[in-house]
Design a protein around this ligand. Structure first.
Ligand SMILES: Nc1ncnc2c1ncn2[C@@H]1O[C@H](COP(=O)(O)OP(=O)(O)O)[C@@H](O)[C@H]1O
Ligand SMILES: [Mg+2]
Length: 246
């Protein structure tokens, strides 16, 4: 297994004229939970989308396990920020989760029993097996997050990107998602989460990249998640120290 799960080199991106990301060099070692942390509008979601080829960088790009995304697409899962997803289309939870397995199917194969079973296992793992038959439009925010997570689990990738998986959900769903995160880490998988609750970064993540349009600091939590770096990323004056650090 490649020691680096993914990296970007000198990645820059702009939606319009002003760059949103400048010269981002990101390195995610295999087997860690990496938090991408920074204030609202820092470019965290944009970075993930640019890495995954959903947006076209101005410059630079990403590689995964030493290869371009196209060569390893099945090994890479993505859970988008749920606020950005249209939940109005009619679909059953089980179907949405089963879709996670499609990338593993060859041409002209339809999902069958094994794919469905993997989806059901994923629903068990995220604690929502009873929702299998429900329409996704009827779910609460926390339930939707868990459906997304189950879909990513059903795909069984080596590397997961999760954009704000803990945002706007109840404590039970947070615990369920955290449990899955820990299990993935135990299995040696790599997880990149966009996370903006500074109080839990040290608990949830092994490594952190502080981002605000550019990389402010990156490394193990002990090395990079320091007061000075957080202040710089959040542009907070010295006096405002909310005590995230122990
Ligand atoms: N589709 C878009 N078109 C134009 N500007 C965008 C778009 N999406 C995001 N932006 C802008 O890019 C910047 C970074 O956004 P985003 O990556 O969503 O930040 P974060 O995820 O860190 O909160 C913000 O200033 C945001 O307003
Ligand atoms: Mg975002």
């Amino acid at each position: 297994m490649c020691p680096v799960a993914c990296r970007t080199r000198d990645l820059s991106f702009a939606y319009g004229v002003d760059p949103v990301l400048r010269g981002v060099d990101l390195v995610v070692p295999t087997g860690v939970v990496m938090g991408i942390v920074g204030p609202n509008g820092a470019g965290k979601s944009t970075l993930i989308k640019a890495m995954l080829g959903l947006l076209r960088p101005l410059n630079g790009g990403a590689e995964f396990f030493g290869q371009p995304l196209a060569a390893v697409r099945q090994k890479v899962g993505y859970m988008p920020q749920s606020t950005t997803v249209d939940w109005d289309f009619p679909a059953r939870v089980l179907d949405v989760v089963t879709m996670g397995t499609y990338s593993g199917l060859g041409w002209l194969r339809r999902p069958g029993r094994p794919e469905r079973d993997r989806a059901l296992v994923a629903l068990e793992q995220t604690g929502i097996p009873e929702l299998a038959g429900q329409q996704i439009g009827e779910l609460s925010g926390g339930q939707r997050q868990r459906v997304f997570l189950a879909r990513a689990l059903a795909q069984a990738p080596e590397l997961y990107f999760m954009d704000e998986p803990f945002q706007g959900i109840d404590a039970r769903s947070q615990q369920a998602i955290l449990g899955v995160l820990h299990r993935l880490r135990e299995q040696g998988r790599t997880v990149v989460i966009v996370h903006h609750d500074l109080a839990t970064v040290a608990d949830y993540c092994d490594h952190v990249t502080l981002l605000n349009r550019r990389v402010i600091a990156a490394g193990s939590v002990a090395e990079a998640f320091t007061r000075a770096n957080i202040r710089e990323a959040y542009e907070v004056p010295d006096a405002d120290d909310s005590g995230f650090l122990r």
